[in-house]
Design a protein around this ligand. Structure first.
Ligand SMILES: [Zn+2]
Length: 126
């Protein structure tokens, strides 16, 4: 039985009812979409907004948040109090990002993760 290649409306050539190349592409796209949705749904559990951050920063920030929640000392993460406000603690997340936290006495509350650029804008007189 001879099968002849045909050209599908998408422009690809192949056999059968539908273009396998496009089917594969759709599948890959759906899988990617689902992965993205799963990733985005994890942000609902974060105490602070991490959505705009690169994935590796999100992962590191979550490690720090989990550490603070289990009452680890911020100094374990290299955190320091700000000189101009002793109730704010700055913890390095990566080389380019830091987490600002509020010192509430017996515990530390994460406030935001900022890039160095954001951070410098927020500084008084900066
Ligand atoms: Zn196709």
């Amino acid at each position: 039985m001879s099968r002849r290649k045909k050209t599908f409306p998408c422009g690809h050539k192949g056999y059968g009812q539908a273009c396998h190349r496009c089917e594969q592409e759709h599948k890959a796209r759906d899988a990617k979409k689902q992965q993205k949705q799963e990733w985005e749904s994890t942000f609902a559990e974060d105490p602070i907004d991490l959505k705009e951050l690169p994935a590796h920063v999100v992962v590191k920030a979550r490690i720090i948040i989990a550490g603070l929640e289990s009452h680890k000392n911020y100094r374990e993460f290299g955190g320091k109090r700000l000189r101009h406000n002793r109730f704010i603690i700055s913890i390095p997340v990566t080389r380019h990002y830091r987490m600002l936290c509020y010192d509430k006495g017996s515990f530390v509350i994460p406030h935001a993760v900022l890039s160095h650029e954001d951070y410098n804008v927020d500084k008084p007189g900066g």
